[in-house]
Write a protein that binds this ligand. Sequence first.
Ligand code: IMP
Length: 459
Amino acid sequence: MRRIKQTLGKLGAILAVLDTQWGDCGKAAVVGYLLERYGIKYCVRFQGGRNAGHTLVIGGVKYITHLIPASVLYGGVGAIGPFCVILPEAPRLAGPAGHSKKRIGFKEEVQDLQARGVTVNPDHLVIDPNVAITIGLLLQNEAAREAGTGKIGSTGNGIGDTYEAVAGKYRITVGDCLNRQRLEAALQRVIAKFGEMADREEVITSLLVWGQWLLTVATIRPVNTWMHEIQNTGATIILEGAQGAHLDVLYDQPFATSSHIWPPVGLGNLQNVVVIGVLKAVPTRVGDGPFPTELNNGEDVRLRQLLGEFGSTTGRPRRIGLPFPPSVRESIRRFGPHCLVVTKLDPLVGERLCGWNGMMIDGQSVEWWPSVWDVWDREQPGQIKLERLVLTHRFDLPVLRGNIGGVTELDQLDRSALAFLDQLETRFDGVPIWGAKTGPDSAHFVQLWDLEEELGIQL
Ligand code: IMP
């Protein structure tokens, strides 16, 4: 008879790095740190698509990726799981209003990285054949909705419409783009849903050409069997989260993305998972939807500049809020991180920050709102005014001073940073803070305690 511990001991660890807020909390830099510090070679993207913008600064050089897993930038191998969506190439449609960045597709993302010397080829990239493709028609549908009263401020990449196609069983997949017969059959299901496509032949030809190009940069195979092989060698794999916990499709619809933050669907054996939740002391949000501690008195403009808070996918200015531990506690209840990492400490040196640790809705104290309708402005539907929500339990954070920027060793870190993190940690329901980012580079990270020792494993 085998025992559970024996089985687990053989498998490599899985580190999941997830966002506890509304996205853009600096997860990619934490993933970069883990890859560098522990020499990890494998990453998997398991949700979302081009809506994600992952910023990594490696040895002073900045990269922004959308779907390519961070391990690829380090010469390792990355996989894109079946619950992701891919916009094949730059669409001819104009980008959405308010976005200052050019909309590109997967092909351009890969080619940009290749032009910068990153090796993206079938030895370094694995893509699941079930990944759904965003075709032009789905982009147009989203654009039409965003131009009307149904606007939610999406990233304009057809994400929601592609996930609708997945759930509605009329998706086109990466696998379909490798075979004309299969692609024609898949398009028939799209046509049954929306009617004949005037450019059907053109769509088929361009997707087949794209599929042939894809074979030159990726191995197409089920990611669960790939992960199984890696896990059995005892190697560690990082699950690189994309969207924030408060953008999960289950909760604040319609102001949500269309995937789940957790669990990672379609990846197989998820034993030995350690979940790391990431947060910024000063939370941000792009797109519409409730954001209780949002600043709008000019302080937001100053902090946005100070913290450089502009969307890495769309270029939109991010909304800025005061520290709000209830949002992290809600994430702890949503996906149960074992520990937390606080990012962007260094720009806050000298700042006097207060936060809010509680709220009331209609006079009742609540840990979180049951649904977005509970904070809705009833007078002006469509406008989230949070008029029924009152923030409570204000607290002050210690002012950060001294040596923080670029520090990598705990004994070099100014004590004010420890006091700051301690203050936050007491509000996180007993989930410990493992580390902090002290600068933009992946290496700028301080561990407050040793992760391997704590987990009793070697990464
Ligand atoms: P969609 O995912 O493009 O449909 O956008 C839905 C909402 O989620 C919008 O408010 C977006 O701004 C937001 N969103 C989606 N992905 C990200 C992300 O990676 N970072 C930040 N916000 C995101």
